[in-house]
Design a protein. Structure first.
Length: 459
């Protein structure tokens, strides 16, 4: 089988909230459409964008309109001015034009259209997160039309590529090839290295300049810690009209004051960190996909807490991120990390598995135990629905990340107290997760039309 060539810095992307699939992905797709216009030397009169499937159903609460408009400005999710993105609908309402190659292109906020069921939201789509961008001439003729799919974690592709595994054909063969969990463990055993180091050696083998991956992981780690700090610095109510109160600062205060049970303090601190990340994400702040924005709090919650408690060195932190990233690569390749495709089992479930594996390895776990920890993390999130209230990445998403921290910690401990042998392999449970997502009704896959999303009258 073809070795996995996904990169760590694709699993861990820095971008703006509240959603990697509904915000970061559409922003990147719109930016690529803009690049296509520039490459062809096209000067359209206006641009219209149709959001379909889950992008239409929950795009308002997920900031998809602002994201698409920002992408058409050529802004990048990692470096853009977050406040400027938030203001774009108002900015374009007063001056509805964007400069593309020196041409003033008409781009009012209403150019981003949320299609209703009657307009084709339920048509057969290559992926539930689909957007179609059209550049129109003055006479209404189509100069350029492209459909893009946002397939989770900020990844985007054209519809014809949705079913194909992501592969970088320009890369040399990996130093330690693996294509699934079993071959990942085998590669680690053959090399006599932890799983995280196997992945890092592959990354170093692909570096264009020495230290590239180390510098990239430093940026990811710094972004995770900065997001936690921002989340802990804020109080008040999150935007969106749901009335969700920020709790991270209060949760951490209770830990520091010794209000929680002593044996629970470390986990409670990690949960406060997870709350901080996801509250920042819900507010549209800058977070790290791990592997998605909706599940962005689990991995940093677990790893930042133990890194502080143990004063972990940067090399150990990098290896932990690489171990987590390896599990994300497996799930992305053989199932999905898109809530619109497989439900939240592909988001918080995947993040739980990633954090469990990384923690298990930090605690001295063997490759077999690390694989087991990841399997436990997914197995006990199977069937988890994606049903956010009002289409906002707030309830149950924020608490769900904190629960992911607890499950990841338990999974790592259960695996450590074993010899690594278990009945259900990581590879098998990933296949089960994919099949469960296929069987799940669409109402439970980021449409806000079922489950908790319709539990309140105003929803």
């Amino acid at each position: 089988m073809t070795p996995i060539t996904l990169r760590l810095l694709e699993i861990f992307r820095i971008g703006l909230g509240p959603s990697s699939s509904h915000t970061v992905g559409p922003m990147r797709a719109a930016a690529r459409f803009r690049e296509g216009l520039l490459a062809r030397g096209l000067a359209p009169r206006t641009i219209v964008i149709d959001l379909k499937g889950s992008l239409s159903a929950t795009g308002r609460g997920h900031g998809t309109q602002q994201a698409v408009l920002a992408g058409l400005h050529g802004w990048d999710p990692e470096t853009c001015d977050v406040d400027a993105v938030r203001r774009l609908p108002e900015t374009l309402a007063s001056d509805p034009f964007v400069n593309i190659g020196g041409a003033r292109v008409h781009l009012p906020p209403e150019a981003v259209r949320f299609l209703t069921h009657a307009q084709g939201r339920d048509e057969a789509l290559a992926h539930p997160n689909t957007l179609v961008l059209r550049a129109l001439a003055a006479d209404g003729g189509v100069l350029l039309e492209e459909a893009w799919c946002s397939v989770g974690g900020g990844f985007v592709c054209r519809p014809e590529w949705v079913t194909r595994p992501i592969a970088h054909l320009d890369l040399a063969p990996p130093r330690h090839p693996f294509h699934n969990g079993a071959t990942l463990v085998a590669a680690a055993r053959k090399a006599g290295l932890p799983i995280g180091e196997v992945v890092l050696e592959n990354e170093r083998h692909w570096e264009r300049t020495p230290g590239e991956i180390s510098a990239g992981l430093d940026r990811v780690w710094d972004a995770m810690r900065a997001c936690i700090a921002r989340g802990l610095a804020h109080e008040g109510v999150l935007p969106g009209g749901l009335g969700m109160r920020r709790r991270a600062r209060d949760l951490l205060r209770r830990v520091d004051e010794g209000v929680v049970e002593p044996g629970y303090a470390d986990t409670a601190r990690a949960q406060a960190y997870a709350f901080a990340v996801n509250e920042e994400n819900a507010a549209g702040g800058r977070v790290v996909t791990a592997p998605t924005n909706g599940a962005a709090g689990v991995v940093p919650g677990v790893l930042v807490e133990i890194a502080e408690r143990w004063s972990l060195s940067r090399p150990r932190i990098h290896r932990a991120l690489a171990t987590a990233g390896a599990i994300g690569m497996l799930i992305k390749t053989h199932a999905s990390i898109s809530g619109a495709e497989v439900g939240c089992q592909g988001e918080v479930g995947a993040a739980t598995a990633m954090a469990a594996a990384a923690l298990c390895e930090l605690l001295g776990g063997t490759p077999e135990q690390v694989e087991y920890a990841a399997e436990i993390g997914i197995e006990h999130n199977l069937g988890l629905t994606c049903d956010p209230l009002k289409g906002l990445v707030q309830a149950p998403c924020i608490e769900r990340n904190a629960m992911g921290v607890t499950k990841a910690t338990s999974a790592a401990q259960l695996a450590l107290h074993s010899d690594g042998r278990h009945v259900i392999s990581l590879d098998r449970v990933i296949v089960v997760m994919r099949r469960t997502g296929e069987d799940m009704k669409r109402e439970y896959k980021e449409t806000s039309e079922g489950g908790l999303a319709v539990s309140l009258p105003e929803c």
